[in-house]
Structures are given as structure tokens and as C-alpha cells.
Design a binder for this molecule. Structure first.
Ligand code: SF4
Length: 337
């Protein structure tokens, strides 16, 4: 049994929050079914990724691979190609491995079995177990951490072990064990649309009367976070070789496991001073690297390692997000953004 959260009568809090969620939740495609496969697929895709970016990928995956067995039976390169542009590619490899595991051994039935799937961390396992299996596990992501830190007016740094423990305990104490999936989604929804990071919309908040930070006037300053690591400015020059055979790409080094099997444009420095013409420039951020990417073209011979891909083929090739952006309109249908 979880301890109560001081100042928050849990039954009343649950009632108000769930009534608000039922009436106002966004119509997101993964909310149309609580079946294991779509819930699991959406939770893996949503890790560190915005809802708007996930929606087209989620719909395409479900259409192309409508079951765990179908996904398990696909070649890994097809899954990586379909994932291209969504980032954090380790998730795609784990998704494929987990699908194979489930196709062989059956779908998980317990929280521990969900947690044992490749790529399922504490938060993801709790979200899947509660939504798809109805099991009483509180899912604590960044949104829920912010909501709970404000509800309890917790001004400690949220990544400290003490604060993590307190926030997890409070989330567990508030959880509605009869509707854990809806409750977890309601807390996340509150953080996503009302209890926003810089400007919480307290005046529209369904649980305003329960909130200690609102009463204390400290909501906009919470939660307290460690300063972010400094970002680095990185310059990248990529060359598009293009002719009637298509586009020339090089395979990412297999030593770099995260992006092994992905294809990308050659860097200009490999051309050893050959003449290039500048096409355009764009910016892209990867974790702490702020990239300024210049796209060039050249009539020189491409580097010896690599191969040509026809434009029609490009959609089925695992491309790094930067490559996909650099090729832009040359990719025929849109697996990418
Ligand atoms: Fe967040 Fe404000 Fe609602 Fe408190 S009252 S939970 S700070 S939006």
C-alpha cells in the first residue's frame, strides 16, 4: 500500500483528473485500442519523441506490419528504413528484437515480462503494463515528474535520487488502481497540454485546487533541473552526387553500432579538394551537437567506397535523418519528415 500524498485526497484527485481526461483527451491514434501491439509500438516510438512526429510513423508501421508476427518476420533493414527520420535508431533495432521474442514466446502478461523486452525501461514498461494489461504501475516520465513536483511543491533537483524516489512514491500513491492505464495517460496529458514546462496554465487546470505549487505561487519555477550540458557547434559538409543512376551514398561504419547499416551522403573532406558547388544549408540538432550542414554538389568522381541508389529505391533504404534532410525533395514518397 502506498503512503498518501500530504494535502491531496487521492480519491477526489483521481475522480477530477479522470473526468477531465475522459472529456478532453486528444484524439491520438494509439488511444483507439488498448491491445498490446499498438500500445507497445506507440510507447516505443514516443520515447524522447514528439507526438506530432510519431503519428505518421505509427500509422505506417501498423499498416505495413499489423501484428507482432508480421513485424518479427520483416528484415531488420526494412524496419530501419521505415524508422528513418524518427531518430534514436537503437529503438528500431530493439523493437525488431522484441517482436521476434514475442512472436516466438507469446505476448507478455506481467509487468516483469514487459520489462524484460528489449528497449523497455522502467517508464515504458509501466506505461505498457498499465494501458495494455490493466496492471497498477505508475508511469513516471518527464511530464509526470513535472506535474508531481508541482502538485507537491517539491523544489529539489528532480534528477537527485531523493527527489526521484519522492516523485515515484507520490505518483504511486495517487494512481487509480482500478483504471491505471487511463490514470497514467491522464497525468501525462495534463503535463503535455496544461501543466506546461515554462507556462503552466493553472487557470485551466482541473486539479488546481489540489496543487501546492499553485497555492505557493512557485509553479513556473518548478521543477528544478540540473543545467543542461553545453551544446557544441558542429559544421558538416555533405556532397550530393546525382546523375541518371540516382544518388551516391556510403554505408555508415559498422564500428558505430548505433547507426551501422545506415547510409549517408559522403563528406566533402573525402574529395580531397575537388571542386564543389554549394546548394544550400540547414540546421539540425543531435543531442548536444548543434549541426550546421552545408549541402554541396560536385562533378568529380565520388569516393571509391559506396554505391548508387536510384530515386525509387531511396524510400526503402535506412538513411540517417541528416541525410534524409539533405536529400529533401529527392526522396519519392515520405518515410521521412
Ligand atoms: Fe500544474 Fe498549475 Fe495544475 Fe499545478 S495548478 S498541476 S502547476 S497546471
Amino acid at each position: 500500500m502506498s503512503a498518501a500524498v500530504p494535502g491531496i485526497p487521492a480519491p477526489a484527485f483521481r475522480r477530477v483528473l479522470l473526468a477531465w481526461y475522459t472529456a478532453s483527451k486528444r484524439d491520438l491514434p494509439w488511444r483507439r485500442s488498448n491491445a498490446f501491439y499498438p500500445v507497445w509500438l506507440s510507447e516505443v516510438m514516443l520515447q524522447q519523441t514528439r507526438v506530432e512526429a510519431v503519428i505518421p510513423y505509427y500509422l505506417r508501421f501498423l499498416e505495413r506490419w499489423p501484428s507482432v508476427e508480421a513485424l518479427a518476420g520483416a528484415p531488420e533493414t526494412d524496419v530501419l528504413a521505415a524508422w528513418s527520420g524518427l531518430g534514436y535508431y537503437r529503438r528500431a533495432r530493439n523493437l525488431h528484437r522484441a517482436a521476434a521474442q514475442m512472436a516466438a514466446g507469446g505476448l507478455p502478461a506481467t509487468h516483469e515480462q514487459v520489462l524484460a523486452l528489449p528497449g523497455a525501461g522502467t517508464y515504458t514498461a509501466a506505461a505498457i503494463a498499465s494501458i495494455a494489461l490493466g496492471l497498477p504501475h505508475a508511469a513516471v516520465d518527464g511530464n509526470v515528474t513535472r506535474v508531481v513536483a508541482r502538485l507537491t511543491n517539491d523544489a529539489s533537483e528532480t534528477t537527485s535520487p531523493g527527489a526521484r524516489r519522492r516523485i515515484a512514491e507520490a505518483a504511486r500513491a495517487l494512481l487509480d488502481t482500478r483504471r491505471p492505464g487511463d490514470f497514467n495517460q491522464a497525468m501525462m496529458e495534463l503535463g503535455a497540454v496544461i501543466c506546461l514546462p515554462r507556462t503552466p496554465a493553472c487557470g485551466r487546470c482541473p486539479v488546481e485546487t489540489f496543487c501546492a505549487a499553485r497555492a505557493a505561487g512557485t509553479a513556473p519555477e518548478l521543477p528544478v533541473k540540473l543545467r543542461k550540458q553545453k551544446t557544441r557547434d558542429v559544421r558538416l559538409d555533405l556532397v550530393v552526387f546525382e546523375n541518371e543512376r540516382g544518388v551516391f551514398l556510403m554505408r555508415r561504419s559498422s564500428a558505430e553500432r548505433r547507426l551501422a547499416d545506415f547510409w549517408e551522403l559522403p563528406e566533402k573532406k573525402l574529395l580531397r579538394g575537388a571542386r564543389c558547388r554549394r546548394l544550400r544549408e540547414f540546421r539540425h540538432q543531435i543531442v548536444n551537437d548543434r549541426l550546421r550542414v552545408a549541402v554541396w554538389t560536385s562533378r568529380a568522381a565520388p569516393p571509391p567506397e559506396g554505391r548508387w541508389f536510384s530515386f525509387a529505391e531511396l524510400d526503402g533504404v535506412p538513411l540517417t535523418t541528416v541525410t534524409r534532410k539533405a536529400l529533401d525533395a529527392r526522396i519519392p514518397s515520405g518515410a521521412g519528415k
